[in-house]
Design a protein. Structure first.
Length: 311
């Protein structure tokens, strides 16, 4: 992955030591609460609070009600005006009632999807980690093995049922591909859930027992009817909505493939080849492209040859 391409992956930035060893500290929740330097980050789904200058808003332990599920995020590795090196951060997963007690204005809560490009590397790392784990905790209150309620242990990184079975967070691998043809046009598709003029790269989850390269070939064929070769890995970015790791590739359409493509008609309703000229003329007007927080945007800009002046 080139430095230039990596710079286009805002959700991959991080300036944090996850400090896994500290998660095993006995009575870790009490230790963190009694340390006045600990910063707590309220998280409501994928939403957080920000200060007027755009930085994340942290609260003290006193603002977090007892019984709130928390997650030890790690400690800072660089100095900042609001936290010196070594400061420990904790996510507090709040519900609607608790969130209102911390900040009654609903408009003050903002989604990571909307401001992901605006945070510092430290705050970006904290936010992505917190949102991913908030989604995991939301659906793992009960053991998938026994059906029993689970308890939160290891600083929020494990849930344990009464029988002693431990359950750990998982990440779903998904490939996303910038496919080009012999004329160096890029293949974009319009998802059935989107507006008709919104297009993005083809993507899909990696299936069990499948390599990343095979997933690239299969997903592109299933969604567009285009055969590709030479999948080349570009880079990765977490996408915690709810639990994906997006693995970016580029690939070339196999020689002899028709210049047209056909959508699968279920998930993808339209697929088209776009030239750079068409992207330049239509993007942001009659053609809506992925937002700046997505790896899809980074791959499109890598093919395009530079940043697109779009939201």
């Amino acid at each position: 992955m080139t430095v230039e391409f990596a710079a286009r992956l805002p959700l991959s930035r991080n300036d944090l030591d996850r400090d896994a060893e500290f998660r095993t500290t006995a009575d870790i929740d009490r230790v963190l609460r009694e340390d006045p330097s600990t910063r707590y980050l309220p998280v409501r789904g994928s939403e957080m609070l920000r200060n007027a200058d755009g930085t994340l808003r942290f609260v003290s332990a006193d603002a977090v009600p007892a019984g709130t599920v928390t997650l030890y995020l790690g400690r800072s590795v660089s100095d900042a005006s609001d936290a010196p090196v070594g400061t420990r951060f904790v996510a507090a997963f709040v519900d609607t009632v608790t969130a209102a007690a911390i900040e009654p204005s609903d408009d003050a809560w903002e989604s990571l999807r909307m401001f992901g490009t605006e945070l510092s590397p430290r705050d970006q790392g904290l936010a992505v980690e917190a949102v991913a784990m908030a989604n995991w905790h939301a659906v793992h209150g009960f053991s998938p093995r026994t059906g029993s309620a689970t308890d939160v242990v290891s600083g929020g990184w494990v849930r344990r049922d009464p029988e002693g079975h431990e359950h750990f967070p998982r990440t779903d691998a998904a490939i996303i591909v910038g496919v080009t043809d012999a004329e160096d046009r890029i293949l974009l598709g319009s998802n059935a859930a989107w507006d008709a003029n919104r297009y993005s790269l083809l993507a899909g989850f990696v299936e069990p027992g499948e390599s990343l390269e095979d997933a690239v070939r299969r997903e592109v064929w299933e969604e567009s009817g285009v055969r590709v070769e030479e999948p080349e890995y570009l880079g990765s970015q977490p996408w915690p909505f709810p639990a994906s790791l997006m693995l970016g590739f580029r690939a070339r359409a196999v020689d002899g493939d028709p210049t047209t493509a056909r959508p699968d008609g279920v998930e993808i309703l339209d697929v088209r080849w776009f030239s750079r000229e068409e992207i330049r003329e239509r993007a942001g007007d009659t053609l809506l492209l992925p937002g700046r927080t997505s790896i899809a945007r980074a791959i499109i800009e890598e093919w395009y040859g530079g940043p697109l002046d779009l939201p």
